[in-house]
Design a protein around this ligand. Structure first.
Ligand SMILES: Cc1cc2nc3c(=O)[nH]c(=O)nc-3n(C[C@H](O)[C@H](O)[C@H](O)COP(=O)(O)OP(=O)(O)OC[C@H]3O[C@@H](n4cnc5c(N)ncnc54)[C@H](O)[C@@H]3O)c2cc1C
Length: 467
């Protein structure tokens, strides 16, 4: 007889495991199927967490090598122990993935290890070890949270060694002398930064005429010049058309504006995006509809075309972000329980964890113009922020966009130290429908980096104090 559940969640990434916990809180009997031995999906195992662990470690290394002199701290003989850095990263990952396993136990969620395949809208077959018989889970509802995988390029097929994805770039055993990064989005720039700090000569190739194309244009440019100062080289409006292996690495043919040239590298990291992943799932076979980009289509309550089957996270449309996946999971499960779950897509922060960091929430100037909105803009540079001066990190600034008529904050863009933390206040302001005046009136501790946000808010009404 099949095991009976109220909800079977497929995938234990941030979307899947968060949904499972919320469903258990709401009283459902829940199973979560994960094909890998560790829980946490892309984010915890080969995404957000290992990349941030390496970004933090490599930042300490770069600081110790050069960044502390200005503070009067002289460090000599700084050496890299890459194996120790990687081991620490793995410890961080292990701690967090084991944390998810403990949360499953605490919430009485049944963890099922194996590859899930939909048999019907109410039955999931799980294949564990190949020799074992498949287990069948009978369920009232199914939530697909199978995430995404790195997208490849036909011209640069992955070989896992010389032509690699972010997964391998997080576990290299030596520092590549020359690293060619194809794709100037968040993942390419973050991993390019890690290896540049550790000693690689990094070149970033981008098809478009700008880096981080979905972020604020001006701040993208400023970030590019900050990264250039850190030693990264950029080739914009350039495509990688061919790769050949050499004794020392790879020879990549690049094309730009009708000209073709060759770039030698030890390794090429292809970071051109990710594709929704629903392979082996049998979703099409039971009638689940997909869009032209291979993403599962859902309605505003995350219901697929098959009653009883839901989908959230990277496998559906929208920004591929862990927190977006989590919020959708919670909203989907709350709808199942008859509550009014909701995701505010206008208030989803997006962060590039380079140094300086680039973070945004809400609309860009282009978005506002597209929606026919007139904006008032306030800006404030970190060069005029006391805490940034104390830190010795004064690149960038804050830009706030408010509706010219109502003063409601529409978007905030931050390039600077710990932009990833400061953006939380901006997200809260947008979520609460705050005006720039609300933020301008809020008392901010001094001296802190978020004071730059307050000053940008004051700047909307042209009354910043410290500039
Ligand atoms: C290098 C890198 C850095 C990133 N950094 C950030 C960041 O800083 N912030 C951020 O918000 N996002 C970041 N992301 C993106 C983030 O990792 C994803 O948006 C997030 O993991 C998506 O969550 P998810 O739950 O939808 O899917 P996933 O995390 O991809 O999880 C899906 C899970 O489903 C499992 N699965 C798939 N098919 C089956 C099946 N048939 N049976 C059983 N299990 C199955 C998979 O094994 C996987 O564990 C990063 C990604 C990468 C690659």
């Amino acid at each position: 007889m099949a095991d009976q559940f109220d909800l079977v969640v497929i995938g234990s990434g941030p979307g899947g495991y968060t949904s499972a916990i919320r469903a258990a809180q709401l009283g459902m009997r829940v199973a979560c199927v994960e094909k890998y031995d560790t829980l946490g999906g892309t984010c915890l195992n080969v995404g957000c967490i290992p990349s941030k662990a390496l970004l933090d470690s490599s930042e300490h290394f770069a600081e110790a090598r050069e960044g502390l002199k200005v503070h009067g701290v002289l460090v000599q003989g700084v050496q890299l122990d890459l194996a120790a850095m990687m081991a620490r990263k793995q410890r961080v990952v292990r701690g967090l993935t084991q944390g998810v396993a403990s949360l499953f136990k605490k919430n009485k969620i049944e963890r099922v290890t194996g590859t899930a395949r939909l048999v019907s809208a109410h039955e999931v077959a799980v294949q564990g070890e190949p020799a074992e018989p498949a287990r069948t889970l009978a369920t009232e509802r199914i939530l697909i949270a199978t995430g995404s995988k790195p997208a490849g390029l036909k011209t640069l097929p992955f070989d896992g060694e010389r032509v690699i994805s972010s997964t391998e770039a997080l576990s290299l055993t030596s520092v590549p002398e020359r690293l060619l990064v194809v794709g100037a989005g968040a993942i390419g720039l973050e991993l390019g930064s890690v290896w540049a700090r550790l000693g690689s000569r990094v070149t970033v190739v981008e098809l478009l005429d700008r880096i981080v194309p979905t972020m604020d244009h001006g701040m993208g440019k400023q970030l590019q010049s900050a990264l250039k100062k850190q030693g990264l080289t950029f080739r914009l409006e350039t495509s990688a058309t061919k790769v050949e292996r050499t004794d020392a690495g790879v020879r990549v043919t690049l094309e730009s504006k009708g000209e073709s040239f060759v770039e030698e590298a030890s390794i090429v990291l292809v970071a051109v995006g990710r594709r929704a992943y629903a392979d082996e799932l049998g979703a099409r076979e039971v009638g689940v509809a997909f869009d032209e980009r291979g993403r599962i289509t859902v309605d505003p309550h995350f219901r697929t075309s098959v009653p009883g089957i839901y989908a959230i996270g990277d496998v559906i449309a929208g920004p591929m972000l862990a927190h977006k996946s989590e919020e959708e999971g919670v909203a989907a499960v709350e709808h199942m329980a008859g509550q009014g779950g909701h995701v505010n897509y206008d208030a989803i922060p997006n962060v590039v964890y380079t140094w300086p960091e680039l973070a945004s929430v809400g609309m860009s100037e282009e978005d506002a113009a597209r929606r026919g909105l007139t904006v008032q803009i306030g800006t404030f540079p970190f060069a005029a922020n006391a805490r940034a001066k104390c830190l010795g990190s004064t690149e960038g600034g804050v830009k706030m966009l408010a509706d010219a008529g109502t003063d409601r904050i529409l978007g905030v863009h931050i390039l600077g130290p710990r932009a990833s933390d400061i953006i939380a206040e901006a997200a809260l302001a947008i979520e609460y429908g705050a005006s720039s005046e609300d933020v301008a009136h809020t008392v901010h501790a001094h001296p802190t980096l978020p004071e730059a946000l307050k000053e940008a808010a004051l700047g909307v009404a042209k009354r910043s104090i410290n500039i």
